[in-house]
Design a protein around this ligand. Sequence first.
Ligand code: ARG
Length: 563
Amino acid sequence: MDYKVLVAERIKEHVDISIERITNLIEIPPKSEMGDFAFPCFQLAKELKKAPNIIAAEIAEKINKEGFERIENLGPYLNFFVDKANFNKNTIEKILNEGDKYGSSKIGEDKNITIDYSSPNIAKPFHVGHLFSTAIGNSLYKMYAFEGYTPIGINHLGDWGTQFGKLISAYKRWSDAEALEKEPIKELLRIYVKFHDEAEKDPALEDEGRMYFKRLEDGEKEEVELWQRFRDLSLKEFENVYNMLGVKFDSYAGESFYNDKMDDIIAEINNKGLLVDSNGAKVVMLDEYNMPPCIIKKADGATIYATRDLAAAEYRKKNYNFHKSIYVVGTPQALHFKQVFKTLELMGHEWAKDCTHVGFGLVKFADRKLSTRKGEVIFLEDLLNQSITKTLDIINEKNNELENKEEVAQKVGVGAMVFTYLKNNREKDIVFDWDEMLSFDGETGPYVQYTYARAKSILRKLGTVTQNVDYSTINSKEEFELIKLLEGLQAAILNALDKLEPSILTRYVIDVAKAFNKFYNLHSIINAGDEELKNARLKLVEATAQVIKNGLTLIGLEAVERM
Ligand code: ARG
């Protein structure tokens, strides 16, 4: 039974506002002495024309108290104290019955959500910023699916644009076939950087680049084949990273996918009377909305990033009929998305309001040695491998006997990085710090993983309990706090989705791990003194492990049984 729902239903019997509004108003008091749920009556004062404390007193008098230890008024608040024995039993049994599905729902049934995430650029490194987008998008994807929505994961690859003309020119001049096979992106980056250095001395190179891009756009065989090769080689490298992270996409329709949709979108913008000439370029004016114009076609006739995003938005609406369309892209692109969404709105698409940009901060390094001076390019794959190696060192030190060390180090090491990206408000910058990230006792992935493995080890040693359990034996503050937290998994997920903020779930998982360790350190299970209490505690351990596992999975980590 969901107590919050029960609280809302009981209040509803006495006030004439919607159940949704009541649910939104219900608070969890900061101290358990003030009850397990509280309902502030301020908002009702106007409608009922009574002082909030009087409303609280009146409802407290009449309300049905079944299932609660007591319901009291304190000033303008109604405080609900749940019947603990009942609550403990219901919560733990629900978790164990539902298992891997605990916290899920069908709330999102028949609703498609497109999520544009990761979206790296071909022939460029998959860098630390792309992991930010990948981790957030992947977690949103999993949470939406868990709550019954149909998410569509789209990798909007940066695989088109004038830079490919330059790359073809550079390739023809300086490429090293062997290096290209071995480390494609590093080699492509090398010749691309060289192109820019050389073009400074010899501006004619720029013209050559433009010429090749034109040929590429015109579908000339040789140029298209080269471009295809760059794309394939890059994707193969990106796939390595996605495999390490366990991330998948439903579509790899990147920028080039929209090439043949450019004429239509431009014609549509023109037909709506929005296309304006500006020094030879075609733009949509947005000064009325305090934004620079959205460029649709450059003076040389080429379409750009924004044009392709406009076409992509329409395509997604037509093809997926989304309920919501999400773009997980760094905050520096906030203006770009505002312009694109505004243009869609001006084009008369009422669904423009369903498009949302989910921004995130920058990634900085505490240890400057991590970054290579030149262009500060850091390959994510290298970092992930470092994280795995470092984790293996720690495991060798702590638990040398562990059987499948490499596999554990892989999951914990990769998970530690993902966790770091998801543990704070996404708008906040991240300071990358190995010691902090891999610590077993901070607010880290390894800490939560370790807590899970510890719970599992208790269950292996003492055995899981199969018979019925008397939950009224559980009576400590720590236990009740933990169970109350466990009850809140779904609320945390829904809240995270509402704010498009996976950190809400990550923090929740940290809180559960902390509450579990507090309980475990203060209350012995094996020496509970009473067989019933021991069994109830074992059930609580099992339920906690389940909740941590579900939470970790939804932020994109894999729980490990031993570590
Ligand atoms: N490729 C871009 C970048 O690396 C991100 C693309 C984001 N998605 C989009 N629809 N614009 O910055």
